[in-house]
Design a protein around this ligand. Structure first.
Ligand code: RM4
Ligand code: MN
Ligand code: MN
Length: 458
């Protein structure tokens, strides 16, 4: 009886799934994606995996409470994909480009659309200007809309000189001793905001590789003040519903000091700029062993956390797949985030910026991004499992053992079926990575775009 009932539900759900994917096909698949992933392939894939998935889901839901809320929160949670991470990255010494990389902004949007079709959780793209200038914003916006994509924060670039640029950033941009160079960098940032406005972005991320290479080269105080003044001019150009994210970074090879070097400096700029300015945390931008979860907790306490650039690292700003080196840290960060957001009554999905900032040197960028999104969702789901009431009681009783047990219980829970269920409910694939490989998506892209393409960006 039980088996019969189970198989009936299984069958019924499969029909529902097929219909859902079929009905959504217009918004899910376009152009190249349509050619590579045909409309029923996700449904077929899900059908094949459904029984196994259901077993896993039944197990976890029998172990935890509030699974519906968790699944809903996972469904609401979207992670922006950086336009500069869709091709193979490189190190300072070289780049080993893969095939089928996107050759234009349009193709980058298609790549993100492809990810989003598979996981339904990559519904936004973050553009780096001038690497990805939307020449025809209306058309770009329409293309993104076809793939159900929004535009997340726009990013300025004053850490490289561009061809035909009048003045050089060799000695800095917003901090430069020469006002003309600063003005050029300010104008560029304002230009970036304009591009963002055209596309419906609501924030600009400013990351500077301003600093000094040798002791004595720079007057720290004056460099800070010049940078602040420049940021103030950019801030003044923000539309009323926009935010400015000031991203810090402790080091850059060749540098002795960074002008926005840690969360203290970011916070200082953000506080002096005003209520629309926030500090952005890129996980790879800290000195080794920094307690990022504590930084996050305090930035949130001050209402000054912008959001994240997710990646992972062992030594420096390695830009590796988030969760690949230190998944426990990622969980602890999310644990603070959920606690902080709930305390402040914030919307988990929309009140902070969730972005990936990674560079893929040896993996297929799209596979890496699928792994990244999954890792973020897992850390988020686990942090939603933390028994906060008991944790507070244990903390108040100095019951250190219990505190650890509570966190570990959540962390050790296998939440993969919850994440997969959220995907399934949204019309995505139960196992995006396996369907990506099963359908040989990369080869489809190579056939379309060629094997010698090199994406712009990092
Ligand atoms: C920096 C920083 C910025 C990113 C650039 C490309 O290290 O993480 O966010 O825009 O790299
Ligand atoms: Mn970053
Ligand atoms: Mn970085």
């Amino acid at each position: 009886m039980k088996i019969l009932r189970g198989s009936f539900i299984f069958h019924f759900n499969c029909i529902k799934l097929k219909n859902k994917v079929f009905n959504n096909k217009k918004s899910l698949f376009k152009s190249i994606i349509q050619m590579i992933i045909n409309k029923n392939q996700i449904a077929d894939h899900n059908e094949q995996l459904y029984e196994k998935h259901k077993k896993r889901l039944n197990y976890i839901t029998s172990e935890i409470e509030g699974e519906r809320t968790i699944i809903q929160k996972l469904m609401d949670f979207q992670i922006a994909i950086p336009s500069w991470a869709l091709g193979t990255g490189g190190t300072r010494f070289g780049r080993f480009a893969g095939g089928g990389e996107p050759r234009s902004l349009e193709e980058k949007i298609e790549d993100v659309g492809l990810l989003h079709a598979l996981n339904r959780s990559s519904g936004a793209i973050s553009l780096h200007i001038p690497w990805d200038i939307p020449e025809n914003p209306q058309a770009i916006k329409a293309l993104a809309a076809q793939h159900d994509l929004l535009f997340d924060a726009v990013n300025s670039n004053t850490f490289q000189d561009q061809p035909n640029q009048a003045l050089s950033y060799k000695f800095g941009s917003l901090q430069h001793v020469d006002k003309a160079v600063r003005q050029q960098a300010i104008d560029h940032n304002i230009e970036v905001i304009k591009h963002g406005v055209d596309l419906g972005s609501k924030s600009i991320t400013v990351w500077l590789s301003d600093g000094s290479c040798f002791p004595g080269q720079l007057n720290f105080r004056k460099a800070f003040q010049r940078t602040l003044e420049s940021l103030q001019e950019i801030y003044a150009a923000l539309p009323s519903d926009w935010k400015m994210f000031v991203e810090y970074k402790a080091f850059e090879p060749n540098f002795y000091s960074m002008t926005v070097g840690d969360w203290g400096m970011s916070l200082l700029y953000a506080q002096k700029l005003g209520e629309k300015a926030y500090a952005l945390v890129d996980l790879g931008h800290h000195l080794p062993n920094a307690n990022i979860e504590q930084i996050v907790a305090l930035l949130m306490m001050e209402g000054k956390l912008a959001g994240f650039h997710f990646n992972d690292s062992k030594y420096g700003d390695d830009d590796l797949t988030v969760g690949s080196i230190n998944p426990y840290q990622l969980f602890l960060i999310f644990n603070e985030l959920v606690d902080g957001m709930d305390t402040r009554g914030m919307n988990h999905a929309t009140d902070l910026g969730w972005m990936i900032d990674a560079s893929h040197n040896v993996k297929d960028p799209l596979e890496d991004l699928l792994q990244s999104v999954e890792a973020i969702q897992q850390a988020y789901a686990k942090s939603l499992l933390v028994d906060r009431k008991s944790l507070t009681t244990a903390q108040n009783n100095n019951d250190v053992v219990r505190c650890q047990e509570i966190l570990q219980t959540a962390y050790q829970t296998d939440v993969r079926a919850l994440v997969a269920e959220a995907r399934l409910k949204m019309g995505g694939a139960l196992d995006p990575l396996s369907i990506f490989r099963g359908l040989d998506v990369r080869n489809g892209l190579i056939k379309e775009r060629g094997s010698k393409t090199v994406a712009t960006g990092l």
